[in-house]
Design a protein around this ligand. Structure first.
Ligand SMILES: CC(C)(COP(=O)(O)OP(=O)(O)OC[C@H]1O[C@@H](n2cnc3c(N)ncnc32)[C@H](O)[C@@H]1OP(=O)(O)O)[C@@H](O)C(=O)NCCC(=O)NCCS
Length: 211
């Protein structure tokens, strides 16, 4: 971005007119008959956690605060998968089952039946590069292979791209938001039947992203 644009953006932000473009790359894992169970580090446990366990397991915050994580679990439409090491949550991610809440792009998109959106992956810094993010995705592929799974990450998140590409996920599209204050325009790009489709809209629908 040029200096002029950066300065203009800064002034607009001060006026409450934040201006930016953000992009997510979407991945898709089609339903499959079966996937092998993950190998996890000795002494580590991988499982879904309940709302009342979060505090005892030292829920580390991050994408969602403790009250938000409790609220998400108690709402009953999302599950939190965690890797527990030494009695504490070392990594977690969410399986959103009714609505994909894509906070980064200010979006909530309903999910078709039989589809799941895996999101908010976080591995605590001291547990990174040990295969925990990969193990969580393998666990889900093993435990719910019948679901059509979606996930997304920013272009520059190399570990996540490596993880998806190396685990049989397929890139399924890109979604951009162009935001100027209260104005939001989305650009959806999908590859369907070998052809690229691009469209601008004020709010992407479920079928634009997931079908
Ligand atoms: C991204 C993140 C989840 C990866 O977790 P992790 O447990 O360290 O990842 P894994 O050990 O399972 O590694 C997955 C792949 O990424 C690679 N990788 C991990 N960290 C990397 C790094 N810093 N740079 C490049 N590649 C990296 C691994 O080598 C592996 O690929 P490979 O099997 O082809 O070798 C973790 O770094 C994190 O929590 N980051 C901050 C939050 C975030 O970005 N979340 C994702 C939001 S979509």
């Amino acid at each position: 971005m040029s200096r002029f644009l950066r300065t203009s953006a800064w002034y607009l932000e001060r006026l409450g007119l934040s201006i930016y473009r953000r992009q997510l790359v979407f991945y898709f894992r089609p339903p499959a008959a079966q996937a092998p169970a993950p190998t996890i580090l000795p002494g580590a446990e991988i499982r879904f956690v309940r709302s009342e366990e979060l505090e005892k397991l030292g829920y580390p915050g991050g994408w969602l605060s403790l009250p938000e994580a409790r609220q998400w679990l108690e709402r009953g439409d999302s599950d939190c998968l965690a890797v527990i090491r030494g009695g504490k949550i070392a990594a977690y991610m969410w399986a959103e089952r009714k609505v994909a809440r894509i906070d980064y792009l200010h979006l909530e998109v309903p999910l078709p039946a039989g589809h799941v959106y895996y999101s908010k992956v976080l591995v605590m810094p001291e547990h990174r590069k040990l295969g925990l993010a990969r193990a969580m995705h393998q666990y889900l592929a093993h435990s719910e292979p019948h679901l059509a799974a979606h996930a997304a990450c920013v272009t520059e998140n190399l570990p996540m791209h490596r993880l998806f590409i190396g685990s049989g996920w397929q890139p399924s599209g890109r979604l951009d938001i162009y935001k100027l204050g209260p104005l939001k325009i989305y650009r959806v790009e999908r590859a369907r039947e070998g052809r690229r489709h691009r469209a601008f809209c004020s709010r992407p629908r479920s079928e634009d992203l997931f079908l």
